[in-house]
Design a protein around this ligand. Structure first.
Ligand code: NAD
Ligand code: LMR
Length: 329
């Protein structure tokens, strides 16, 4: 029996992250080696021609699973029938731009994309927001798509999760696959809280294996928190291939499921778990099965963790207040 194609819409299709993402999606690394893909590429009019170039390269990959590529500057067309929406396109901060200007420019984009998803996407659509500020952009898209369940919206903190694993790998010398149950809480920003309290290294409690509280507090946590800024300083532009890879990990695990003895971090709509106000898009440890995520319940949160989770969540509340003031939610 042939498998029905899945429609994947990628916004910001001419950008750096999309360039690292599209070829792997077409190769079947996100949805499975037997799932045909219809790609929809959304760009602003000035970048449609560059998207056409990316599409030519995708054609030249001769990917057996790639059944079609459509390019458009119209969000209604881009999200028509979309099963997966990867919202990468966003307005970057430019010289002289204040935070409110950035929220305002992106508020308009994610309002339009939320409405287009609401009115055109498939009934099973899953949305990942990558474009920054990712949590608040996802909040805006979700609030502008009232007919789509809130559980279908998410923002990318898997990159932070993977960065946390990478730091533990460097510290302990184990393989990445031996580091499990890392958690990232809160915002995809420098206030995020990468948490090793429940993590394991080769099946043993990570904090006991590491046995270096000073490293955890004064090296591990700040390194993960500012990794994005460190990459911008070193590369001259923001992380792209690692962000693309994390985005593929995020959607793959959401659709296909997480491993039995592990969890991942996703920024999702809070149901009030762990004292995070309902309706905020905040990062949590989650498991996924049958295409649904579930926030890992009943984890013990000590005072150290509580303080850091609360700090990042309060930043999310401030961002929500700012976009409310601008009328986006
Ligand atoms: P980029 O500038 O290379 O590409 C962005 C693309 O988006 C551009 O081609 C632009 O034309 C397009 N775009 C802008 N407005 C659009 C709209 N309304 N509709 C469709 N497309 C639109 O940037 P990039 O390196 O690909 O990064 C994209 C975003 O991802 C940035 O906001 C960046 O800060 C963010 N990012 C997030 C994470 C994360 O972990 N959440 C990590 C890295 C980067
Ligand atoms: C990252 O974490 O690499 C990016 O979100 C950084 C940025 O500001 O684009």
């Amino acid at each position: 029996m042939s498998i029905a194609p899945v429609t994947v819409t990628v916004t910001g299709a001419s950008g750096q992250i999309a360039y690292g993402m599209l070829f792997r999606i077409a190769a079947g690394e996100m949805l499975g080696a037997d799932v045909p893909i219809k790609l929809r590429l959304l760009e602003i009019p000035a970048a449609v021609s560059a998207a056409e170039g990316v599409a030519m390269e995708l054609e030249d990959g001769a990917f057996p699973l790639l059944s079609s590529i459509d390019i458009t500057d119209d969000p209604d067309v881009a999200f028509s029938g979309a099963n997966v929406g990867m919202l990468v396109g966003a307005r970057p901060r430019s010289k002289g731009m204040e935070r409110a200007d950035l929220l305002s420019a992106n508020g308009a984009i994610f309002t339009a994309h939320g409405k287009a998803i609401n009115n055109n996407a498939a009934s099973d659509v899953k949305v990942l927001v990558v474009g920054n500020p990712a949590n608040t952009n996802a909040l805006i898209a979700m609030n502008n798509a009232p007919d789509v369940p809130d559980t279908r919206f998410s923002a990318l903190t898997r990159l932070d999760h993977n960065r946390a694993i990478a730091q533990v790998v460097k510290k302990t010398g184990v393989r990445a696959s031996s580091v499990r149950k890392v958690s990232v809480w809160g915002n995809h920003s420098a206030t995020q809280y990468p948490d090793l309290s429940h993590a394991t290294v080769a099946g043993e409690p990570a904090l006991a294996v590491i046995d270096d509280r000073d490293w955890v507090e004064n090296d591990f946590i700040p390194t993960v928190q500012v990794r994005g800024t460190a990459i911008i300083a070193a590369r001259g532009s923001s992380s792209a291939a690692s962000a693309a890879s994390a985005s593929i990990d995020h959607v793959r695990d959401w659709v296909i499921g997480t491993a039995e003895d592990d969890w991942v971090s996703m920024a999702v709509c809070s149901d009030g778990s762990y004292g995070v106000p309902e309706g905020l898009i905040s990062s949590f440890p989650v498991t996924c099965a049958d295409g649904e995520f579930a926030i890992v319940p009943d984890l013990a949160i000590d005072d150290f963790s509580r303080e850091r989770i609360d700090l990042s969540v309060s930043e999310l509340e401030q961002e929500r207040a700012a976009v409310r003031e601008l009328g986006f939610v």
